[in-house]
Design a protein around this ligand. Structure first.
Ligand SMILES: [Zn+2]
Length: 322
């Protein structure tokens, strides 16, 4: 599953990304993280990025794309990825598409976690965190039991200075300006899916999972169809083999029957004799009787005639049980 995650600051997309990672076993590729780790690791691209950042400049799209491509080449990304923080504009989105096309691994889904601005505002400006243990509270949604004190350790909670309304408002504006074109871009590609980012974390994740499953399912359906067709082919071949076997059996039986039939003429008379012991004398008489029957008993003629068909009919029934 190859996903680009879109969402405003405070949308909770990071939390959802973690759940996606756990469920689908694909890495969460955040451009911030891979920049930091490549600089730390001192890779060629990491050195380049560090030089640019040390000069107080923005890391170019080429470098970021290179880092992303390196990240995608790692084995844990063989089944896909959740890309977060990139692209932020149309040229980046186009460059990403071009890179993924070269890799033969086009993007499958652009997932937008959509949260109304007033909710985002409360989520960010209401955030209070414990400097001691890292617990996070929100004065609107998850208040600490004691005002401004950590539930776990009792430390006084902190409010980040840049979590004020004016700063958040401008951050949301920047986000909207960046994201609106991307939303249109992925919508035009038919890859955009929007999930409402309000409600419980589990409810939101259920919606996201449904969307991901729906995106994966068509692929699974294609695989299933191929499997079914192959199974049908195999069944047909097996049926043909069986038919050949049956035909061979039938031919063998027929041959055996023919052989029996060839012997039977010798056997049949015996049966005939058994059935019609009285016929014995009659046989002798037949020539004599043949002439006389028309005169006296025409009924006797049918009798020997009947006995013969019976004998012939007997070998036939055994053929049926085949
Ligand atoms: Zn605490």
């Amino acid at each position: 599953m190859r996903i680009v995650l879109l969402g405003a600051p405070g949308s909770g997309k990071g939390t959802q990304a973690k759940l996606l990672v756990a469920k689908y076993n694909i890495p969460h590729v955040s451009t911030g993280d891979i920049l930091r780790s490549s600089v730390t690791a001192g890779t060629d691209l990491g050195k380049k990025a560090k030089a640019v950042m040390d000069a107080g400049q923005l890391v170019s799209d080429d470098i970021v794309l290179g880092l992303i491509q390196e990240r995608f080449a790692r084995t844990d990304a063989k089944n896909g990825f959740i890309l977060d923080g990139f692209p932020r504009n149309i040229p980046q989105a186009q460059a990403l598409d071009a890179m993924l096309a070269r890799l033969g691994r086009p993007l499958q889904l652009s997932l937008l976690v959509d949260v109304p601005n007033d909710v985002l505002m409360k989520r960010i400006t209401g955030r209070r965190s414990c400097p001691s243990c890292g617990s996070v509270f929100n004065i609107y949604f998850s208040q600490p039991k004691t005002s401004n004190k950590c539930d776990k350790c009792g430390t006084a909670l902190q409010h980040r200075s840049d979590d004020n309304e004016a700063t958040v408002r401008s951050r949301l504006q920047v986000y909207e300006q960046q994201t609106a074109p991307l939303v249109a871009y992925y919508k035009a590609q038919g890859k955009l899916r929007t999930v409402r980012g309000t409600g419980s974390i589990n409810e939101i994740f259920k919606s996201i999972s449904d969307i991901v499953e729906a995106q994966i399912r068509p692929l699974a359906d294609v695989m299933h169809k191929i499997e079914e067709e192959e199974a049908a082919k195999a069944a047909k071949v097996a049926a043909e083999k069986l038919a050949v076997k049956e035909a061979a059996k039938a031919a063998a039986k027929a041959a055996a029957a023919a052989a029996k039939a060839a012997k039977k003429p010798a056997v049949l008379p015996k049966a005939g004799k058994k059935v019609a012991p009285p016929a014995k004398p009659s046989k002798k008489d037949i020539t004599a009787k043949k002439a006389p029957p028309p005169k006296a008993k025409p009924a006797k003629k049918p009798a020997p005639a009947k006995a013969k068909p019976k004998a012939k009919a007997k070998p036939k029934p055994p053929k049926k049980p085949k």
